[in-house]
Design a protein around this ligand. Structure first.
Ligand SMILES: *Cc1c(COP(=O)(O)O)cnc(C)c1O
Length: 357
């Protein structure tokens, strides 16, 4: 069998969840959208269910997958419903949902649920993607609170630039949120991972950690709190071929790397069809039998090449970590001009196996 695999450490996931809750204050909604950022939503939700206060997903399809797997904790649809007829399923499966626009409030008014809804009413405090603008927020809230279809409303907002630790924008968004929401006496929810890790003033009733659950830092450099995270996913494969080459020999497509010295080049069963970044440059870090080493040459669909010259004991069958414990996914993201979010969500074809100890 092809040796590529992703090991998912569920104990690390729980460790990171606890850190998120500690930072967020009271409750934390574990965000498991996009198949838990590539980690497997059902397995991750099961591993967290005993302690998680709830889960966040992007759409009803993702919520139903969790319900079908027996997850009974609250599940929030982070983008609400896309079509009014989803409200019947939302009712049937006890889902919570975000309300971010007036047309959704009209649809709720027309709905006849068997039990009243729990709604997270989103304020656009400056991200300018989804959410009600400040001038409309209170009137929309009053409309919802007057409806028998609504039981509870949580006030929420989302930050655009919390990963930039020296940026004023997060403070401005916080200020607008507090100005609009403080006197409404609703439970509140502000922080995504970068806000929880980097903006400790960002507390509310509910934290909404996503990326940090998976042990990846959203920041470009070291950070005292983010450094307490434990990586959950380790992607590894093996050396399936070795070439000894004199100086001046090109390697792979486009001859992007040419040997400068007598070299040993290892071929690894991992490529961009697995989600490894195709344009990761020469020198991108990998770990070879536990030692840091370097990618050389262009990444192919199913294979990539690494420099074994300085790893004399490595060879055929050596284990190569592409990201994980020794090569943080955020570090790989910096090298490949991507993001940790995209790398984790983009994992494909590689079978996952789970450890829980
Ligand atoms: C995805 C998402 C989150 C989690 O964000 P991270 O940066 O991964 O922590 C939180 N809130 C909302 C509304 C989201 O869509």
């Amino acid at each position: 069998m092809r040796p590529a695999r992703a090991l998912i450490d569920l104990a690390a996931l729980r460790h990171n969840y606890r850190l998120a809750r500690e930072l967020g204050g009271r409750k934390a909604l574990a965000v498991v959208k996009a198949d838990a950022y590539g980690h497997g939503a059902v397995r991750c939700a099961q591993a967290l269910e005993a302690e998680a206060d709830g889960f966040g997903v992007a759409c009803i399809e993702e919520a139903l997958e969790l319900r079908e797997a027996g997850i009974r904790a609250p599940i929030l649809l982070l983008e609400g419903f896309f079509e009014a007829d989803e409200l019947a399923l939302i009712d049937a499966h006890h889902l919570w949902f975000v309300v971010q626009a007036e047309w959704q409030i009209d649809a709720i008014e027309r709905a006849r649920p068997t039990k009243p809804f729990t709604i997270w009413l989103k304020l656009d405090s400056g991200m300018h993607r989804l959410g009600l603008v400040a001038a409309d927020y209170r009137a929309s809230l009053q409309r919802l609170q007057a409806m028998p279809q609504v039981r509870e409303v949580v006030a929420m907002t989302h930050f655009a630039r919390a990963d930039e630790l020296d940026c004023e924008r997060t403070t401005e968004q916080q200020a607008l949120f507090h100005q609009v929401c403080d006197e409404l006496q609703l439970p509140t929810s502000l922080g995504n991972s970068p806000a929880l890790l980097g903006w400790p003033a960002t507390q509310g009733e509910w934290a909404r950690p996503g990326l940090m659950l998976y042990g990846a830092t959203p920041f470009a450099g070291p950070h005292p709190v983010a450094d307490r995270l434990r990586p959950v996913m380790t992607v590894e494969s093996k050396v399936i071929g070795v070439r000894e080459l004199p100086p001046g020999e090109p390697i792979g497509y486009g001859a992007r790397f040419v040997t400068a010295r007598p070299s040993r080049i290892g071929v690894v069963a991992m490529g961009y069809a697995d989600g490894y970044p195709q344009f990761a440059p020469n020198g991108t870090p990998v770990a070879i039998d536990g030692q840091r080493g370097e990618l050389v040459g262009r990444v192919s669909m199913d294979m990539l090449t690494i420099d074994l010259t300085d790893h004399p004991t490595a060879g055929l069958g050596s284990k190569v970590e592409l990201w994980g414990r020794r090569v943080p996914v955020s570090e790989l993201a910096l090298h490949s001009e991507g993001s940790a979010y995209q790398l984790l969500c983009g994992l494909k074809r590689v079978p996952r196996s789970y450890v829980d100890a």
